[in-house]
Design a protein around this ligand. Sequence first.
Ligand code: ADP
Ligand code: MG
Length: 697
Amino acid sequence: MYLENPIANHLRLTERQRFLLERAEFKTVRDILWHFPVRYSEFREPKAIADLEAEDGVAVTGRIIQTKIQKTWRKKLSIAQTLLSDGTGTLRITWFNQPYMGNILQPDRSYTFSGKIKKDKKGLYLANPDYEESITAKQARPLKNTLIPIYSETRGLHSKWFQFAIQKILTKISQETFRDPIPAEILKRYHLPSLKTALFSIHVPRTKKIAEAARKRFAFEEIFLIQLNRQKNRMKREKEVCASIHADPREIQGFIASFPFEMTAAQKRATRTIITDLKKPKPMARLLEGDVGSGKTAVSAVAIFAATQNKLQSSYMAPTEVLAHQHYREFIERFRERRISIGLITSSECRKFPSKAFPNQDTHVSRTQLLRWVAGGEIPILIGTHALIQDRVQFKNLALIIVDEQHRFGINQRAKLVQKGTPHLLSMTATPIPRTLALTIYGDLDLTLLDEMPPGRKKVTTVIVPASQRPRAYEQMRSEIKKGRQAYVVCPRIEESTDAMQLEMKSVKEEHKKLAEKVFPEFVVDLLHGKMTPKEKENVMQKFRDGKTNILVATSVIEVGVNVPNATIIMIEGAERFGLAQLHQLRGRVLRSTHQPYCFIFSQSPSQKTLARLKALIEAKNGFELAEYDLRFRGPGELSGRKQWGISDTGMEALKNIKMVEAARAEARTLLEKDFELKNEPELARLASKFKNLHFE
Ligand code: ADP
Ligand code: MG
């Protein structure tokens, strides 16, 4: 099919272009046609430079007579300055943070720039305008009466080049016929344009409205393809058979009563739902979604306990060694009295509780020994990292798997664990995501929310700290630490970056040095980042947990699940680099005790927009609200973890529209009920299969 042909069949490419395309993973005609414009610029009649005033929406055409690149004060910004002449006068063009523009624009060539004319002390200038090399016979020219598409420039491939290449391909396509993957009646029902029309309308639209309609079609298509996979999995699983878990309700009550706390109403509800699921002979597939600190572990412990009552095995997978250890310790406490054995497996070590020699303690064991016990069914609970999914790990009768912070695992990792039997699955996540996204990517899971926090938790006092108040924030931190509390300081980066843009970003090492030597010489300040070995990380965490460290300077490795109740202060540097939901996760680190927690937020670019966004952290009631906020105000691209979901920017746009998501879901289900293997829709089946491996199956 035409769309799957290599690009090189249809365009003459230079060596360099070939290389750039390959590097950016553009292989087929489809890859390039699905690189949609990020926006459109309106074509305008150019004005003479001499006639310009400070005004909006102006185009000027002229020759480049000079270009220079500068770094501004304290190297915060790099600026390229270009001087344009059109015979009637000269005009400055300023490129902020786009130093490469200095190299792209060739002296003595003629270009058209459009944008807003501004005025400063030195006169009129244009800042970061759209530009286009003046049209010569060889150049792409906008089709008559159309908007100019502006493409995101990816790794050396410029917007202009995309415009040229795509128009060339479209010209050829106009004679081709190709099959629309979406069934005609669905297109009709939702008033969506056909594939071919949509491709033209998105790349060379006459109006923005037409472009919008095309974009909507592509968004629908993507969500529909994802739903076909989700609903298919769901329907398949509805037919599967697995071990049902029946535990004596009195035993379960007894187990819950042994917790050092009373479960919240939400925890009780979730537990009941799960226990009911487990009794059925068909595998549970449930997502337990609850804010950081809402107590998901306790809920999962009850499910595991139920399985042990039937002499069935459970396995608990955590995304990091730090977390696997932490859960291992917590589970030992929960199950200690009942003498239930627990194993720990990570890539660096294996442990078991209880030890033969000292029944109150756990002990290091060899991997071979641990695996033998697991295979023999003598260890009913196995906790671990992705080391759990290796082929060597075999269970005697695995009936339940818990995947903690499930979004941190790749799809294949999760699928592999499920393959070790036909177990019930409980996925857990603290990443609050909007409902539309949950319906889409977790379309094959049932959803349970833990929407209540354990009682007695204080609300985190969140402060956005202006630079001038930094010393005060440090003083507050000092006084809390003197009272016996501990603190996290989170920075967005590990190494000092050489890139001018990132110079200002706090490097965690540098920050650690500053805090340890200058600001808090009287305290023990430690360091944790992603490049340390698992062993090193565990040592650092252990020291922090034991209270030997006062301040832990870390990258966002601590984002997930780490639980140190005595840590009540978190300082976040460069907060503008994080999504709101992620900041909320970080803040959750200090929500674990009954002492008053504090979150101090520092931002290096406190524009009004950034501040407004950060303020949402103070006002929002929970993580779900923040995720919705990110989706609405910054666009779907800001939702953390989006890369792993494997949804394109266009598909993410659809998530703003609950009606569209629900329609795609219902249509997918209806179609599969009629034609489960999509035998009558070969093109649809082929495209849908591409989305198969993106998420949990
Ligand atoms: P998360 O949902 O983020 O995984 P955890 O399961 O780690 O949260 O629980 C956070 C903390 O709250 C733990 O220290 C846990 O022991 C405690 N906890 C859980 N449920 C309750 C409850 N109902 N009442 C009081 N404390 C609780
Ligand atoms: Mg957790």
